[in-house]
Design a protein around this ligand. Sequence first.
Ligand code: IPM
Ligand code: MN
Length: 359
Amino acid sequence: MNLKIAVLSGDGIGPEVTKESVKVLKAVAEVYGHTFEFQEALVGAIAIYEKENPLPEETLALCKSSDAVLFGAIGDPKYDNNPDAKVRPEQGLLKLRKELGLFANIRPITAYDSLLEKSPLKKEIIQGTDMVIYRELTGGIYFGEKKLNEDKTIASDLCEYSQIEIERIAHLAFKAAQVRRKKVTLVDKANVLETSRLWRRVVTALSKQYPDVTLDFLFVDNAAMQMILNPSQFDVILTENMFGDIISDEGSVIGGSIGLLASASVGDGTALFEPIHGSYPQATGKNIANPIASILSAAMLLGHFGLNEEAKRIQEAVDRTLKNNIVSVDINKENPSSTSLIGDVIAEMILVDDQSISS
Ligand code: IPM
Ligand code: MN
């Protein structure tokens, strides 16, 4: 298969982790005889510095003309503490999501057996966790009208949803549930928010088309609690943009590190694959960041194009590195492996497919 992949490494640790997933994708291409063409472009703070625009025209054009986008991370502390900044790195990612019509962000969360002891949560609680969050990505409060009065004493962000926006992601969530454990949990705040009541109405009506899937509901505050009390109860979680952002970071605690969580953003056009973690500026350039979230995002990219065997080969290699404790400092403080070493080992496992490597 020929795939044109736009590589947007972005800020902080983005370039370091993305480099490792490109390495791994190249190994996959070699083993399976695919042609992956990688083209890099600027996004985020680095794009502001170089082009005064967090999403330069040429970056957007490249993404639109590519088959997939491999995204690193975005963000710079310089902007985090400056509420007056008009141009912000995050705008690059938000605009890209909107422009590519990436309305569904898919975030799987699993507890790896080999890491059960690493989570701050008890082993008995996290064991068997296997959920996927379907987070709406191009609507809600992130994209509603923003206002700030002149003397900067009153601000507002509008949260708006339409039936169509809810239906299109709900269909994806139900279809995913059909091939999993057949359960969708809608997370909302329907006791307070009108948008949440719309979600309930629309999703309930749509669920009739999927009689084999059970639908239940949780208020987001309760969901936040249930996710760490009893995470294995969840199969597919369907939720709006901001709730999904928050609970997916919470969910990362289950797996032992946010550095393991991958995501796919899909919709109308080119799909985008990115780790859910941020730019982690403190670790930039130190070769200590965990590349696995990015590498697993690359596996999701392959799965998106039906290259399931290839995706599985990456997942198995990742499993083996975890089992063999070839992990970064977020998981193993005493004897950590570097970002590039983990990438090398995973690429090597793919190339030789030798179960004996580092076991
Ligand atoms: C994420 C990130 C982004 C979000 C930021 C960087 C805008 O936290 O992808 O989860 O809030 O969506
Ligand atoms: Mn987030």
